[in-house]
Design a protein around this ligand. Structure first.
Ligand code: CO
Length: 134
């Protein structure tokens, strides 16, 4: 069902500092910071030859990554995103196998303007999984 790895998301406290690490130390192509108030994060996309890295910094009160950074103050891998052809079909198949979809199960428009869903880490090897319809 799943296709390509679309991105790995890394939560950080300081987006400018994290961007500099990827740009200067690792020599990556680092994009501009994009505020996404509806998701409670500011995002920087890093283009790699075969996938993307998404740096996430908390934005505003009650950011969904604030708790994560309390536990991991140095930052850390927050989720992985896999591509699917049909997000509704993928959701229904996963639910029929007992997997938990976060929220009300309705896809939201994600950081790339495409429908996304998140799956409970307890059902996927302790890793928060994002599905993105491409
Ligand atoms: Co993501």
């Amino acid at each position: 069902m799943i296709g390509r790895l679309n991105h790995v998301a890394i939560a950080v406290k300081d987006l400018a500092k994290a961007s500099a690490v990827y740009k200067n130390a690792l020599g990556a192509k680092v994009g501009p910071a994009l505020a996404q108030p509806e998701h409670g994060v500011t995002v920087v996309f890093i283009e790699l030859p075969n996938t993307k890295i998404e740096l996430l910094e908390p934005l505003g009160e009650g950011s969904p990554i604030a708790k994560f950074l309390e536990k991991s103050p140095d930052g850390g891998i927050h989720h992985v995103c896999y591509e699917v052809d049909d997000i509704i079909a993928a959701r229904d198949q996963l639910k029929s196998q007992g997997a938990r979809v976060l929220g009300d199960g309705t896809p939201k428009i994600g950081a790339h303007g495409k429908p996304v869903l998140f799956l409970h880490p307890k059902d996927f090897c302790g890793t928060l999984v994002e599905l993105e319809q491409v």
